[in-house]
Design a protein around this ligand. Structure first.
Ligand code: CXF
Ligand code: ZN
Length: 363
């Protein structure tokens, strides 16, 4: 089986012929159909987030179930599935309170299966799997906890991006901050996640949606996804502009980037009583010097949403229905498709801002 493998940090991915073990009880084999290229993969490739090599990255994906391990399963061969990059043990306090994206029921590190082994090897040495899945390959064996069955009429590329950027962005609005109709919203960063925050805000009936990016082509995308105002953060003063547009600041602000500058921007740009939500995952070393004094006096809230605070089993089929019912636009997010062999070019495009989302497709 062909897989794009990170053999060493700061090296391009290599296409290698790796071996996959058959699924054990509670596991499935999935033939990959599409997998998106996300900034989180890049964080690992650059060593920004610690990892163990060799590893197959990729965590935003969809495919078709071709084999199930022994024993009962909630899935069937032939199911169309979207991958979740979080576990769902069903026993921990997070799973039991509807917050399974925070599941802490397994001791194994996140680049292995729940039981602390892998189902992939190269020359008899283990190959690790990002988010317990690792989807930059032709076939994945993973726990069925990481697979959500969806309707079969959703295009594969669309199904794939539901599994990270769509869930993270729209979920941050609907499940995380729970933005009400009529609110004013600021979105900093208009990549795959940011554009989904923009369209999440439109979906819930936000009155004003201000989008910020450093690149004008991304601001054009933001307008197409429902931004009422755009600000180029390179040439304009973001907080001043937001205050001018909204008469004092927004009700809700989202940071889809995760730098100190963008975290401070969302805190400064919310009005008194407003809610700022961090969504983009920062480098491990990032620190942000917020002003607790002004936050208390203005009763501002700073919070975070991981994976859109969704429940994958419930929310992925909802996103599929919203797309099929033309309530959200996912086609325009997919600006380019690549073959697995072209994956390093896909990352180059992601870094230079050429695409909203690049997606790898398999035959
Ligand atoms: C990441 C978070 C850490 C595990 C893999 C995916 N999130 C989104 O891109
Ligand atoms: Zn991602």
């Amino acid at each position: 089986m062909k897989a794009a493998v990170l053999t060493e940090v700061n090296k391009p991915l290599q296409i290698l012929d790796v071996d996959v073990d058959p699924p054990k009880a509670g596991e499935a084999r999935v033939k990959m159909k599409a997998t998106g290229i996300c900034m989180s993969d890049w964080h690992i490739m650059t060593g920004d987030w610690p990892t163990r090599c060799p590893i197959v990255l990729g965590h935003e994906a969809a495919g078709i179930v071709t084999e199930l391990g022994p024993g009962p399963s909630h899935l069937s061969v032939g199911d169309h599935v979207i991958f979740s990059f979080t576990s769902h043990c069903g026993h921990c306090r997070y799973c039991n309170s509807g917050r399974s994206v925070l599941c802490n029921g397994y001791k194994a590190p996140g680049f292995m299966m729940n039981d602390g082994t892998t189902r992939m090897s190269f020359k008899a040495e283990p190959v690790y799997q990002m988010g317990r899945i690792g989807t930059f390959r032709e076939e994945v064996v993973c726990s069925t906890e990481n697979l959500i069955s969806i309707r079969k009429d959703v295009p594969w590329t669309v199904a794939a991006i539901i599994g990270c950027s769509v869930a993270t962005g729209i979920g941050a609005v609907t499940r995380g901050a729970k933005v009400p109709s009529g609110a004013s919203v600021l979105v900093v960063g208009c990549g795959g996640v940011g554009l989904n925050i923009v369209q999440g805000a439109r979906l819930v009936g936000a009155r004003t949606v201000v989008a910020v990016d450093l690149l004008d082509n991304k601001l054009e995308y933001a307008k197409a996804f429902g931004a009422t105002h755009t600000i180029n953060g390179k040439t304009e003063k973001v907080v001043e502009q937001v205050r001018a547009i909204t008469g004092g600041g927004v009700d809700y602000a989202f940071d889809a980037i995760g730098t100190e500058a963008t975290v401070l921007q969302i805190v400064d740009a919310v009005a008194a009583g407003g809610v700022a939500t961090m969504v983009g995952i920062p480098s491990m070393t990032t620190r942000a010097a917020i002003s607790p004094f002004s936050m208390v006096f203005q009763e501002k809230t700073l919070g975070a949403s991981f994976y859109g605070s969704v429940q994958p089993d419930i929310d992925f089929p909802i996103f599929a229905d919203l797309y099929m019912g033309k309530k959200i636009n996912l086609d325009a997010l997919i600006s380019r498709t690549f073959k697995l062999e072209e994956i390093n070019e896909g990352f180059e495009q992601l870094r230079t801002g050429g695409v909203a989302r690049g997606v790898i497709v398999f035959d």
